[in-house]
Design a protein around this ligand. Sequence first.
Ligand code: GLY
Length: 307
Amino acid sequence: MGIVICNRAGGVGIAQGARVLEEGGLALDAIEQGIRPVEADVTIHSVGRGGWPNLLGQVELDACIMEGRALRAGAVGAVRSFLHPISIARRVMERLPHVLLVGDGAERFARECAMEEGENLTAEAREAWQAWRAARLSEDELARWPDLSLAPLAQDAADPQRTHGTTIFLAQEAGGHMAAGVSTSGWAFKYPGRLGDSPIIGAGCYVDDRYGAVACVGQGELAIRAGTARAVVLYLKMGLGLRAACHEAIDDLQAMRDDLRSFVMIHAVNARGMPYAVAWGDHPNPRYWMWQDGMGAPELCEAEHIA
Ligand code: GLY
């Protein structure tokens, strides 16, 4: 029995992921094939090409992938000139004795792997960044740009698509093996080099075939600080049910209530292939996509919401 779930942004890729499993393929392939169309969709401003840029007007992409049999994982951060960070993350997992590459090293490795290069900053995203700069900076600051302190401006960093932000995919293939992946351009107008939870194994993503697969979207700094994805899997290991394990992780996040600026949404599938999702914070309409063997088309499902 196969299952794929993804967040709202993943809707453009879930059919591809589902097809992999329908044809008896691997959970890891379902993750990569599901995420690539999201990365290619320029109308999604929080993932891949078309993502909003950082403070300097550069699109920096992060991604990770993990499988739950041997707990192998790969991740990349701050990738600028390659179109599919999820595929680079998978190559990191498969070809290197490392888990996480960032910046120039990640780009060098992507070139060695003949990954597809391209410009991720679209005209629409550049215009949005220019409009933000014009509205936010004084004439003196614009004249000195970029030789000024960016730190105060980083306070403006924002989740660019609050109901869609980032994409996560979780999959279980026939036989029970699980995998997970995350891809993002991070928060709009972030400080250059900022990584959120998406490329951090244990924060934005974690999988263990014995217990389940988990991935997060939303305010990545909180998921990093609480180790949210790993926490859910650990709570499952300690014997909690799926919903209770996710709520326990939300409870950990609520210890940082004062720092909540938007939301954190947890997506999970347990080892028996049962899905669940819950959003904490300011999320207007938390939902996720789900496809299971035997379903004609993926379904949009309601997630629980804790304000
Ligand atoms: N959760 C995605 C990010 O914070 O970049």
